[in-house]
Design a protein around this ligand. Structure first.
Ligand code: ADP
Length: 470
């Protein structure tokens, strides 16, 4: 019933208001009960009676016994106040109402500062009093019963209605405030609810309401922007994969058809058709392997070894592997590196990184070009540079070449050189998984430099390889 923010706010306001009003009533009642003001007129009457008594100069010290009591009784009847004479040790010597009222409990000290507290008699009744010191240490007390304050009557007649009005007004006001406050907090939250229901088709929400709600809205905006970006990337990815598979499948289909319907009727034509089919299916296979690698790197399920890797040795073996290919292309390959500390990582995957970079360098270097693999180290990292003297990368393409399926020159004809634009994406993921970075510098027409930086880590360091993408 009270599950909504509005109802709960109002309920809590109502509770606070009722509690505050009750507390005020109680405090007010206590104050009234103890207030000297309430007994002031009675005390004044007592003092007036004392003044009259003193003015008549009664000779109380010479009297005693029955005579004394009858004198006190006479004054009592005349003044309408009880009179009690105390001896020098505060013992009761005479009482004008002896027998008629319960005896007074004589005080040890007189309350001067709080005369309203009064004295008690033996039956527990309270008496207000004034005292008059007499010769020989005697004291005359003038007493009158402490009037009972009609507290309930005061509360009922004078205070009840104002309190009810104040309470009703405060409750109405609290309803108003609770309503406004609930709108202030609730509306942006409601907007968040409907925006999350419409995900991913949401626009960024305006930051409204209290700071905490604004932070929540900000976080939601960031999250929905990320979800949108991921979905866009996924859509593009699927479109790219389909596009990249379409070309080889079309040519496989075409050549298979030609073999089947006899268009390729000579042994040479059949041989050529079979070789195109083999080439294209090989390309598809490599692309699928690349995609699998990327998927595993993305999900963190690619098992990377963590062993010390000797980078100079690794670079030498990569260069050696490409030497025959480079010789055929008329390109020279050299490795320039001093002995270096090991990095912790997966040797095969790091070899894949540098093979990919050298493969690209070879693909885009003209005859007579050169490729240099160099490495150096500082206190915490090893830097490897793969420098070629090839055609370079257009400046506007450089920020994108590590993106999946990006090809700086998509108009390239097919054939051996044609990749799917996945090589550098994989290279970047492997380098990142080793806690490293990769960057490119290239002057079109002069060549390109790919710089890989890998952290040097101890063999027992568990952070050397990060399994998951940040
Ligand atoms: P691909 O498999 O298509 O080569 P990559 O991801 O390896 O894809 O490279 C992306 C793009 O970057 C390539 O299409 C190419 O245009 C450009 N590129 C990469 N390396 C070089 C290089 N050494 N020289 C010139 N262009 C390069």
């Amino acid at each position: 019933m009270f599950s909504s923010l509005r109802a709960r706010l109002w309920l809590s306001y109502a509770l606070v208001i009722v509690a505050a009003l009750l507390l005020t009533v109680v405090v007010l009642a206590l104050y009234l009960l103890r207030s000297p003001l309430a007994y002031r007129s009675t005390l004044l009457e007592l003092e007036a009676a004392r003044n009259v008594l003193i003015a008549s100069q009664p000779d109380l010290s010479s009297l005693s016994g029955v005579k004394l009591e009858s004198t006190l009784k006479t004054y009592d009847q005349a003044l309408g106040v009880r009179l009690v004479l105390l001896g020098d040790k505060r013992q009761v010597l005479a009482d004008s109402r002896i027998g008629a009222e319960a005896p007074i409990v004589a005080p040890r000290r007189f309350q001067i500062l709080q005369p309203t507290i009064g004295l008690r008699d033996e039956s527990g009744e309270n008496w207000l009093y004034v005292a008059e010191a007499l010769p020989e240490g005697r004291t005359l007390l003038l007493l009158t019963p402490r009037p009972r304050l009609p507290l309930l009557t005061i509360l009922r007649n004078d205070l009840f209605l104002p309190f009810v009005y104040a309470g009703a007004l405060a409750l109405a006001l609290s309803l108003f405030v609770a309503f406004g406050l609930a709108r202030w907090i609730g509306n942006p939250l409601q907007a968040l609810v409907s925006a999350s229901r419409q995900m991913p088709e949401t626009r960024p929400l305006a930051l409204r309401g209290p700071r905490e709600v604004q932070e929540l809205t900000g976080a939601f905006n960031e999250m929905s922007a990320r979800v949108n970006a991921t979905q866009k990337a996924q859509r593009e990815f699927v479109a790219n994969v389909s596009h990249e598979l379409k070309t080889p499948i079309t040519s496989i289909q075409g050549f298979a058809q030609a073999m089947q319907d006899g268009t390729a009727d000579t042994p040479e034509a059949r041989q050529q058709a079979a070789s195109v089919i083999q080439q294209e299916s090989g390309r598809m296979y490599r692309m699928v392997l690349d995609l699998l690698d990327l998927a595993r790197l993305d999900s963190g399920t690619l098992d990377l070894e963590r062993v010390p890797v000797d980078v100079p040795a690794l670079l030498n073996s990569v260069a050696e592997k490409f030497t025959p290919q480079a010789r055929t292309a008329g390109v020279s390959i050299q490795v320039v590196t001093p002995p270096l500390p090991s990095v912790i990582g997966d040797g095969d995957r790091l070899a894949q990184v540098f093979s990919n970079l050298v493969d690209n360098a070879l693909k885009y270097s003209p005859t007579g070009g050169s490729i240099t693999l160099s490495a150096s180290a500082d206190a915490s990292r090893i830097q490897v540079a793969v420098v070629d003297t090839g055609k370079g990368i257009p400046r506007e393409a450089q920020p994108y070449i590590f993106e999946r399926f990006y090809q700086a020159d998509p108009s390239r004809p097919g054939g051996k050189k044609h990749g799917a634009g996945l090589g550098l994406a994989i290279v970047q993921e492997i380098v990142r998984a080793h806690g490293g970075t990769i960057s490119v510098r290239s002057n079109p027409g002069e060549g390109s430099t790919f710089a890989v930086s890998l952290p040097i880590t101890r063999s027992d360091d568990t952070t050397a390889i990060s399994k998951r993408k940040k």
